[in-house]
Design a protein around this ligand. Structure first.
Ligand code: MRU
Length: 362
């Protein structure tokens, strides 16, 4: 996608194959800053501390982290240690584990001498496949938006949660891909952007992205979605996901479940954009089986923002000593999901459909 007219991705490997450049997302929307990572330790820090974030992006970034380590030491011991190290960065999004597992499958059978080059090729493939998958799922999602547009006047009203935009992927985004494609096709779309407390990925990232692309949008407090749905102001909810189980339970940013409940109660379709790299067929019951990341209480008790003087500062919003809990994700049961928008088409959130989808993998 473009920023100020210039093509940009949140992750780019350099031509010398010895570093990757990322956007430090902690600084957006106030500052667009690129950072260069040279080592697996720097990659781990960038993922764990959310310089890069979003399920597909952390998978692709971790793949390059492993490739960087293979340049230093491509022995069997180093390969396994690097895989374990990078996997430990964040627990919930399965794309991290998926990417590392795929890298190991490619690299283990190779001689040590061949691993560094092969690792970079494999990381490039993961990154480019993510771009292609998101573009493809966007085309399927576009058909949903076109169908809504055909039966109403005025813009199609989409509600989204967190940032499942191009910043969360290598390009296009997942939930935003149908929106960007609709906008490019001249379809009138308007997006309700949940602010997404506590880290505010909606306010800081999704709103910024949509603004850069010229897509009409309105930021709302997380608690406003149900009210808008009751008043017929939301035609469809589209969210991203961090892990989807074999039976179609969807794990995504905390607060997604409440949006699904409100959508269900109001007859609003609730769709999940899911590249198949986010499907975890090893798990069934998402509520019980998906590990939910517990993040720092400070993300709840403190807020950061820009002062009138242009300085970015952090402030505390609680009385001293207030205890806070910060579960970072929740699980929406499959029964509340209208469909999963994948790169291979839109499928129901149920086990038979998902297993069939993967059996027909190219
Ligand atoms: O904690 P984050 O910002 O990494 O969480 C991201 C989300 O929950 C996204 O909505 C999800 O990863 C989908 S990204 C295409």
């Amino acid at each position: 996608m473009k920023v100020a007219g210039k093509a940009m991705r949140p992750l780019r490997a350099n031509a010398q194959r010895d570093a990757v450049q990322i956007i430090d997302q902690r600084l957006l929307p106030h500052r667009l800053h690129l950072e260069t990572l040279y080592t697996q330790q720097q990659v781990l820090t960038a993922i764990r501390d959310m310089w890069v974030r979003g399920a597909p992006l952390i998978g692709a970034t971790a793949a390059y982290g492993l490739a960087l380590q293979m340049r230093q030491d491509a022995s069997d011991g180093s390969l396994q240690a690097s895989a374990d190290f990078l996997r430990s960065a964040r627990p919930t999004a399965v794309n991290l584990d998926w990417a590392i597992t795929r890298m190991l499958r490619v690299l283990r059978p190779l001689s040590v001498a061949k691993r560094a080059a092969a690792a970079w090729d494999a990381a490039d493939a993961i990154a480019e496949e993510d771009v292609a998958a998101n573009a493809a799922l966007g085309r399927h999602g576009l058909a949903l938006l076109q169908a809504i547009a055909a039966r109403k006047s005025g813009p199609v009203q989409v509600l989204t949660h967190c940032n499942a935009g191009w910043l969360a992927t290598v390009d296009w985004g997942t939930a935003t891909s149908p929106i960007y494609q609709a906008h490019a096709a001249g379809l009138a779309v308007h997006v309700w952007v949940d602010e997404t407390r506590p880290r505010n990925q909606g306010a800081s990232l999704t709103a910024w992205e949509l603004g850069q692309a010229g897509v009409p949008h309105t930021l709302i407090a997380d608690n406003a979605g149900g009210h808008l749905m009751q008043h017929g102001q939301v035609d469809i909810v589209i969210v991203g996901c961090d892990r989807v189980t074999a039976r179609g339970d969807v794990c995504n940013k905390i607060g997604t479940y409440l949006k699904a409940l409100a959508a269900h109660d109001n007859g609003v379709p609730f769709y999940v954009a899911m590249p198949t790299s986010t499907l975890d067929l090893r798990l069934m019951d998402g509520v019980v089986e998906i590990p939910i990341e517990d993040r720092s209480a400070r993300e709840v008790t403190h807020l950061s923002g820009r002062t009138a003087a242009g300085e970015v500062v952090e402030v505390c919003i609680t009385a001293e000593g207030t205890t806070a809990a910060n579960p970072a994700f929740d699980v929406t049961p499959a029964r509340l999901v209208s469909g999963l928008i994948t790169e291979r088409g839109i499928v129901p959130a149920d086990e038979a459909a998902l297993r069939r989808l993967m059996e027909t993998a190219p």
